[in-house]
Ligand binder design. Structure first.
Ligand SMILES: [Ca+2]
Length: 329
């Protein structure tokens, strides 16, 4: 009896361990078209054998700033060659990227692809199509994951226009652009600046990205843009502000910038002293206020000193005059 209990105990334990290790689930049967695509959640999947002409459609919902990553292994059957493709489409069924392999008998090939959307929508639907394009293919195992690549500590992607900019102040921020692996090519940030100060936007890219930084006024006119001269160059856009208002810093990584995801650091600083902006109704602005007041006080006290000395001289002169007159008498 005791023996049987021990065997049952170890049996249950073994099943539990296998269950934990083998968290990979069977890929559900996909739809046969975009209309009937089957929803996938992030996770590990294993799909079945397919023959030439077979295809399956799936979809996944993604928030702006979330990077879709699919990593896995194409596998041929031991007795057959074959060719397989995975294709990613956007909501409008436009092909974004695809990956495939032509396999010899028993051959395996690993793959990885990713896609970072931009900020046009609150939620995206992306389609994934799996198809066998030649002879037969074996099981496909892959992991589908969504990684948050939000900008400047927000919960979303900084937009690619001034209207969709994220508010920032002086400080250091982390941000992401897609390079060729996605549609996130520009991140816009809104900064409130004071006339007379110099705004400095410094962007440090990864070593293989050639980025640019443009600063626009509130009417979306470029005030100044700076381009990296070579991949990995730090880009610093520094300009004297001539009007107290919101400006927009556009951090850009578009064509020819990078093959892959770009994680960058942005430093925003201001230097110098703000001056009074006539358009601001004569208000004293920003950190310049203290300095201006100090200077005014300093000037005031200087005048006080001069008047004091003159008054003292006059008083001494009057006293001397009266003393001299008394002596004469
Ligand atoms: Ca971004």
């Amino acid at each position: 009896m005791k023996k049987i209990l021990i065997i049952i105990f170890f049996g249950v334990l073994l099943v539990a361990v296998i269950g934990v290790v083998n968290a990979q689930e069977a890929l559900p049967t996909g739809g046969d078209s975009f209309e009937t695509a089957v929803k996938l959640e992030p996770g590990s999947y294993e799909g079945g054998v397919m023959k030439k002409g077979d295809s399956e459609y799936f979809y996944i919902n993604v928030k702006p700033g979330q990077d879709i990553k699919i990593e896995g292994t194409f596998k041929a059957l031991s007795d057959s060659m074959g060719e397989e493709y995975l294709t990613l489409y956007d909501e409008d069924r436009k092909k974004l990227t695809e990956i495939g392999a032509t396999l010899e008998k028993g051959q395996q090939e690993t793959f990885l692809f990713s896609w970072l959307p931009n900020t046009d929508k609150d939620l995206y639907k992306y389609y994934i199509k799996r198809e066998c394009t030649w002879v037969k293919i074996g099981a496909l195992s892959f992991e589908l994951s969504l990684t948050d690549r939000y900008d400047a500590g927000s919960q979303t992607d900084a937009g690619d226009t001034a209207e969709k900019a994220i508010n920032v102040e002086s400080g250091e921020y982390k941000g992401y652009l897609s390079g060729k692996a996605g549609a996130d090519t520009k991140d816009f940030y809104k900064v409130a600046v004071k006339k007379g100060k110099t705004l400095i936007v410094k962007v440090t890219p990864p070593s293989d990205a050639t980025m640019s930084v443009a600063v626009y006024d509130k009417d979306r006119r470029v005030l100044k843009d700076e381009y990296a001269s070579n991949p990995g160059a730090i880009v610093t856009n520094s300009l004297l502000i001539t009007k107290s208002e919101d400006v927009f810093a556009g951090v850009i990584c578009d064509r020819y910038c990078s093959e892959k995801l770009v994680a960058y650091t942005m430093n925003i600083t201001t230097e110098g002293v703000a001056v009074e902006d006539e358009d601001d109704g004569g208000a004293v602005i920003g950190t310049g206020e203290d300095t201006t007041k100090d200077e005014a006080e300093k000037k005031g006290s200087n005048w006080g000193l001069i008047i004091g000395i003159i008054a003292l001289i006059i008083i001494v002169a009057i006293i001397a005059y009266f003393l001299l007159r008394k002596k004469k008498q």
